[in-house]
Ligand binder design. Structure first.
Ligand code: HEC
Ligand code: HEC
Length: 276
């Protein structure tokens, strides 16, 4: 099956609705967070970038404005417990070596990054400490312990602008991610860009299409009542267009993550965000 993109879009019933966010200014715990800014220069087809928060209903938006109401915070608490929990053959916890998780402020904004000629994500950094420094087992890429920890670490950068390196060593990975973003795949023969660049602001089934930004991850979804990783979301989008998803933690998704992070340059970290 090789549908033309417009037929594919019609096939999943995308209807042109207004860009109708309920509220445009996000304040979390009294701190104003920027939800739109000028697109970075490398984005040729978009002038303004918007946080996914802008495309949610007023009710969903409200859950993210107060940490007491934010359902993701239960998982951040779990991250705090894991931070202090001894695990592995070395008898250590994260806190044995890292004085304060707040020392990771800013880290979320710079990931993924290149190390030893490969891309590393937040999940890779956490697992490297577990396997190499604690003698503990790696956590599964998108499962509960990992998302609790990445939420706790990501939260330390809340309000700080995304700022990944895309030149130098990172350039080939960024190019690969860009190529993946624009490549049509799956039975519906669609690319990420067909939805998140060409059609953001419109309704797809009952969902309001955003630009597919990743500045709020891991994100709590009301749909499955848990934290969802970046790669888990990519996987879900690929399944929706009937494509065989790449592996979570694999090279393709890491490159795509770098490219998406760069499309969010200047938007601030909202971790942990709330979505439907
Ligand atoms: C035995 C000591 C040790 C333990 C235990 C340990 N780490 Fe690390 N960790 C390090 C060292 C050393 C580095 C590399 C140098 C640095 O960035 O501090 C590092 C780096 C990191 C980084 C990357 C920081 C950056 O700015 O690049 C993260 C994230 C991290 N650790 C998280 C964790 C978590 C989460 C745990 C518990 C699951 C943990 N670490 C347990 C020693 C440890
Ligand atoms: C058929 C349309 C479609 C395609 C193609 C698609 N997505 Fe999505 N995506 C959605 C919908 C619908 C949502 C949920 C509403 C929203 O946030 O846009 C979503 C959500 C997301 C989100 C979460 C945004 C947030 O703020 O929480 C990310 C990230 C994302 N997609 C990335 C991708 C990537 C990467 C690809 C290509 C591999 C892709 N999507 C392809 C429809 C699509």
């Amino acid at each position: 099956m090789n549908l033309k993109p417009w037929i594919a879009i019609a096939a999943i019933s995308l209807s042109g609705a207004a860009f109708a966010q309920d509220s445009s200014s996000l304040s979390v715990e009294g701190e104003a967070l920027l939800t739109e800014t000028a697109a970075p220069e490398h984005m040729e087809n978009v002038d303004t970038i918007y946080s996914g928060w802008r495309f949610r209903s007023g009710e969903t938006q409200a859950l993210q404005t107060d940490d007491f109401d934010n359902p993701a915070m239960i998982f951040v608490d779990k991250g705090i417990d894991l931070w202090a929990k001894v695990d592995g053959t070395e008898g250590k916890s994260c806190s044995s070596c890292h004085e304060d998780v707040a020392d990771f402020a800013g880290l979320r904004t710079t990931l993924p990054r290149v190390e030893d000629a490969g891309l590393v994500t937040m999940e890779n950094l956490v697992n490297e400490c577990r396997t190499e420094r604690m003698g503990a087992e790696a956590w599964k890429y998108s499962k509960g312990n990992m998302t609790a920890m990445t939420a706790l670490i990501g939260l330390q950068s809340r309000g700080m602008a995304m700022n990944v390196a895309i030149d130098g060593d990172a350039a080939p990975f960024w190019e690969k991610g860009k190529e993946l973003y624009y490549t049509r795949v799956g039975q519906l023969d669609m690319s990420c860009s067909n939805c998140h660049e060409d059609n953001y602001g419109t309704m797809i089934r009952a969902d309001h299409l955003s630009q597919g930004q990743i500045n709020g991850f891991p994100t709590y979804r009301l749909k499955n009542a848990k934290l969802n990783s970046i790669h888990g979301r990519f996987k879900g989008c690929m399944k929706n267009i009937r494509a065989t998803p790449f592996a979570e933690g694999g090279e393709e998704f890491k490159a795509l993550e770098l490219y998406l992070a760069s499309r969010g340059e200047g938007l601030v970290v909202e971790t942990p965000s709330v979505r439907n």
